[in-house]
Design a protein around this ligand. Structure first.
Ligand code: HEM
Length: 227
């Protein structure tokens, strides 16, 4: 009878038996559209073109990189300062992107491009992250997972597409990691699983529920590419 109860609970939260990252991934994948991933379930909105049909502009892409840097700067200073002690686990994971973005932005500057100040999407997201980091660790960790893991997956596909269309194929530092990305991701997954083991089911659900907001804020950044 006890065994049956355990089985039932396992089935209730998809991915639960494989660790909490798998739960976060399950929720995130459903929020993709079919044209983004075969696991996607979200309906396309009228103004949302599939990635293959994006018409990126170089200015828009530079804006995206500048705003992304604002977000990664914030993320990376939060884990350094660790307003909640569990964030210290996520220092120097190898996933950090702020330095790479600084190099890319510098390169565009050397090419004679005007570099704008961070815009509304990057600043609003940064403000949200700072607020959540202080008062809602499970929600903050959800953003942490989605920001870094999305960039390692769909973000790279986007980077390749955009590079082909507006950069003559040049690969930016933003898309290069020191060491083996798969191993880095696996190590961070393990840490995320460990940190979330201390959470109640309510806190885990709180984290999963935050996924939609993460998509909303990252989506606004991505839209800069076609602005
Ligand atoms: C994974 C595409 C936007 C979060 C993926 C994968 C693809 C993809 C192809 C890999 C699926 C696999 O493992 O086989 C895209 C495209 C996007 C987009 C084309 C937009 C144009 C986003 C956004 C977020 C996000 C906005 C959240 C902020 C994730 C996460 C994963 C993922 C968490 C799982 C990564 C992993 O398992 O390591 N995406 N995505 N994606 N995406 Fe996206």
């Amino acid at each position: 009878r006890a065994a049956a109860t355990v089985e039932k609970r396992k089935a209730f939260y998809p991915g639960e038996d494989k660790g909490f990252v798998e739960e976060m991934r399950f929720v995130a994948m459903k929020l993709h559209r079919k044209d983004q991933s075969s696991e996607g379930e979200k309906k396309a909105e009228a103004d949302d073109k599939p990635l293959a049909k994006w018409e990126p502009s170089l200015d828009g892409y530079i804006k995206f990189l500048v705003d992304s840097k604002a977000v990664y700067d914030t993320m990376e200073s939060i884990v350094q300062e660790a307003p909640h002690p569990s964030y210290a686990e996520f220092r120097n994971t190898g996933l950090e992107r702020a330095e790479a973005l600084a190099k890319d932005i510098e390169w565009f500057k050397e090419q004679g491009h005007e570099i704008p100040e961070p815009g509304e999407p990057g600043l609003t997201y940064s403000a949200l992250l700072k607020e959540l980091a202080e008062k809602d660790p499970p929600a903050f960790i959800c953003h942490f997972y989605n920001v870094y893991f999305a960039h390692s997956a769909g973000g790279r596909m986007i980077g390749r597409q955009v590079a082909d269309k507006v950069l003559g194929g040049r690969e930016l530092e933003f898309y290069k990691w020191d060491g083996d990305l798969k191993e880095i991701l696996a190590a961070v997954k393990e840490k995320l699983n460990k940190v979330s083991e201390n959470w109640t089911r309510d806190e885990k659900n709180r984290c999963l529920q935050e996924t939609e907001k993460s998509f909303k804020f990252s989506g606004k950044l991505l839209r800069l590419i076609v602005s």
